[in-house]
Design a protein around this ligand. Structure first.
Ligand code: 8YV
Length: 321
C-alpha cells in the first residue's frame, strides 16, 4: 500500500522525523529555511498533505493556489492564526493543531516572564553582564513582590488555567476574562470579569492567553492600557499582534507600566527595535513550547492527527472556522 505523501515545511525533532520517515513519504526541510509562498505551492505538487508551523503563512491566496491533492494541513502548534481555516474548509482541506501537550511548558514561561518582569531581572542581568554591579545596596535595584498582587488573565483556556494554578502557589489573586465564564469547580476562586475592560482595571499584572483573532487583535492598546492601574505589568505568551507595540512602549516609557515580559511579538523575529533598549522589558525569543519534551510531543500529536486522517478517522484536533 502506498504511503501518504507529505510536505514538512520545517526541520522537526529527530524522533518526530524518524516516525515521519517510517510512516510517510515525506519531503522534509533539513536546512530549515522558511519556504516562500511560490516554493510551498511548487512543492505541494503530488502531495496529499502538509505538516506546517506558524512560520508558514497559509492565507486564502496561497490555499487557492494549492493542488487539489492536498487534503490536510496539520500544524505543529496550538495557535492556528497562520492558517485561513475558512479558505481551507472551502477547498475541503482539514486543519489540525496540537493543544494540551504544550500547556505546561507555555504556562511555565508565562510565570518566568511575570517573575522576570516584576523582579527587574532584565536590568539585573544587564548590570552583571556589563560589569555595572559595583556594590550591594539596601536600596539598590528594588522591584516589587508578586505575592498579594492581582493577576489578570485574558483567555482562561488550558494555558490560562495552568498559569492561574501556578500563580496561586506564588500568592497571587487570580482574576480573568473569557468569552464564557468557567464553572465554579474550574474557577478555583478566580474572579470573573464580564469585559476585558473590567479585567484591565482590576489587574496589577496582566497576562495574555487568548488566541489571535480579528476580535483580539490590538486588544491591548492605548485605551485599554490606560485602564490598568499605574505601575502595572503586562506579560504576553500568546501572539504579538494582540498588543499594540506603540502603545505598550509609550506606556512603559511614560512610567504608567512598571515592566513588561514578552515571549511573542508582532512580525517575529523582526521585533520593534525599541524593545531592546528598555531595561524594564524582560524579553524572550518565543520559547513558550521550546523544550525537548514538549516539541517531541507536539510533533507526535501532529502525526497522530495525520495518522487518523489518512486512516479515515476524524483527527482529534481538527479545528473549524
Ligand atoms: C511554538 C506556539 O513556538 O504552538 C504555538 O502556537 O506559538 C509555540 O508553541 C510554535 O508553535 C512552534 O511551531
Amino acid at each position: 500500500m502506498s504511503r501518504p505523501s507529505l510536505l514538512v515545511t520545517r526541520k522537526l525533532p529527530n524522533a518526530v522525523e524518524a516516525r515521519l520517515a517510517r510512516d510517510y513519504d515525506a519531503e522534509t526541510n533539513a536546512i530549515d529555511t522558511i519556504l516562500k509562498p511560490d516554493d510551498l505551492v511548487a512543492r505541494a505538487k503530488g502531495k496529499d498533505g502538509f505538516l506546517v508551523t506558524p512560520a508558514d503563512r497559509l492565507d486564502a491566496d496561497l490555499i487557492g493556489r494549492l493542488p487539489s491533492s492536498i487534503r490536510i494541513m496539520a500544524s505543529f502548534s496550538v495557535g492556528y492564526d497562520h492558517i485561513d481555516v475558512k479558505a481551507a474548509e472551502a477547498r475541503g482541506i482539514a486543519v489540525t493543531n496540537t493543544p494540551d501537550v504544550l500547556t505546561d511548558a507555555t504556562a511555565d514561561i508565562a510565570l518566568l516572564l511575570i517573575l522576570g518582569a516584576a523582579r527587574g531581572a532584565a536590568a539585573g542581568m544587564a548590570a552583571i553582564r556589563e560589569d555595572r554591579w559595583k556594590n550591594w545596596a539596601p536600596t539598590g535595584m528594588l522591584s516589587t513582590d508578586v505575592r498579594g498582587k492581582r493577576l489578570g488573565i485574558i483567555g482562561m483556556g488550558r494555558i490560562g488555567q495552568a498559569v492561574a494554578h501556578r500563580a496561586r502557589a506564588f500568592g497571587m489573586e487570580v482574576h480573568y476574562h473569557n468569552r464564557a465564564r468557567l464553572d465554579a469547580g474550574t474557577e478555583h476562586g478566580a474572579v470573573f470579569h464580564a469585559t476585558a475592560e473590567d479585567l484591565f482595571a482590576a489587574s496589577d499584572i496582566l497576562s495574555i492567553h487568548c488566541a489571535s483573532t480579528p476580535e483580539t487583535r490590538r486588544l491591548v492598546n492605548a485605551k485599554t492600557i490606560a485602564l490598568l492601574p499605574k505601575g502595572a505589568i503586562v506579560v504576553n505568551t500568546a501572539r504579538g499582534d494582540i498588543v499594540d507595540d506603540e502603545a505598550l512602549i509609550s506606556a512603559l516609557q511614560a512610567g504608567h507600566l512598571r515592566a513588561i515580559g514578552l515571549d511573542v511579538y508582532a512580525n517575529e523575529p523582526n521585533i520593534d527595535p525599541r524593545y531592546r533598549t528598555l531595561e524594564n522589558a524582560f524579553l524572550l525569543p518565543h520559547l513558550g513550547s521550546a523544550t525537548v519534551e514538549t516539541r517531541n510531543a507536539m510533533g507526535f500529536r501532529a502525526l497522530d492527527n495525520l495518522d487518523d486522517f489518512f486512516a479515515g478517522r476524524e483527527p482529534r484536533d481538527r479545528v473549524r472556522s
